[in-house]
Design a protein. Structure first.
Length: 217
């Protein structure tokens, strides 16, 4: 049975969050393809993981037999997150842009699961080749050719992590202009936001089906 690891990081509930709405569309389409499958879900806003500590970090490079009690406890929590990632046949992540970057809760999760010699920088990684779909929503537009193109750090950062470091198969869905309905100064952009959101929902359903079929093959 296929396993999907679904991670949300928006601080807003689904009815007020574009990233959550789009990941929800992906998940529903995935579950239609894999009704007997498993979904591992983490809501990093409601239940954030611990930021990586010195004990958790150093334990990752030491023989477990030499771990102090503090290292053992910290590394055990880190291993749980790593094992969830390793078990996944596909990964789905909601990554809204906050102040030009990803939420700190998502960064904390990444700091825990990126472990050189296990998930990263090794041919033996179980994460290598895993399809990862990231819903990278943002309040404005940072697309090529826009005035804020140079401030796009979400996709560039996550590409460095998932593609270059974890060797995963990364795909982005990018709903933009999500602040248009709330910001009077952006009111004329509401139709573009609505079109972008609808396109993202459609892309999420289509991508979920594509990934589900690939996993089942």
């Amino acid at each position: 049975m296929a396993t999907l690891l679904h991670i949300d990081s928006s601080v807003f509930p689904t009815d007020a969050s574009t990233s959550r709405s789009v990941t929800d569309a992906f998940r529903k389409a995935w579950e239609e393809q894999h009704p007997e499958g498993t979904v591992i879900y983490r809501d990093l806003a409601a239940d954030p993981v611990a930021h990586i500590t010195a004990d958790a970090h150093t334990a990752g490079f030491a023989d477990p037999a030499t771990h102090t009690p503090q290292q053992a406890a910290a590394f055990s929590a880190r291993v749980q997150l790593i094992e969830e990632l390793e078990q996944a046949d596909a990964v789905l992540i909601g990554a809204p842009m906050y102040n030009f970057s990803i939420p700190s809760t998502l960064k904390a999760w990444l700091d825990n699961v990126v472990l050189i010699g296990r998930t990263a920088m090794t041919e033996d990684s179980k994460v290598k080749g895993t399809p990862v779909t990231v819903v990278a929503s943002r309040g404005g537009s940072y697309a090529p050719g826009t005035p804020r193109e140079g401030y796009e750090y979400v996709q560039t950062y996550l590409k460095a992590i998932f593609t270059d470091t974890l060797a995963a198969d990364l795909h982005f869905i990018v709903p933009e202009l999500t602040m248009a309905p709330q910001n009077p100064a952006m009111s004329e952009l509401i139709p573009l936001f609505e079109a972008s959101r609808e396109r993202a929902l459609q892309d999420a359903a289509a991508k979920a089906k594509e990934v589900a079929e690939r996993v089942a093959a």
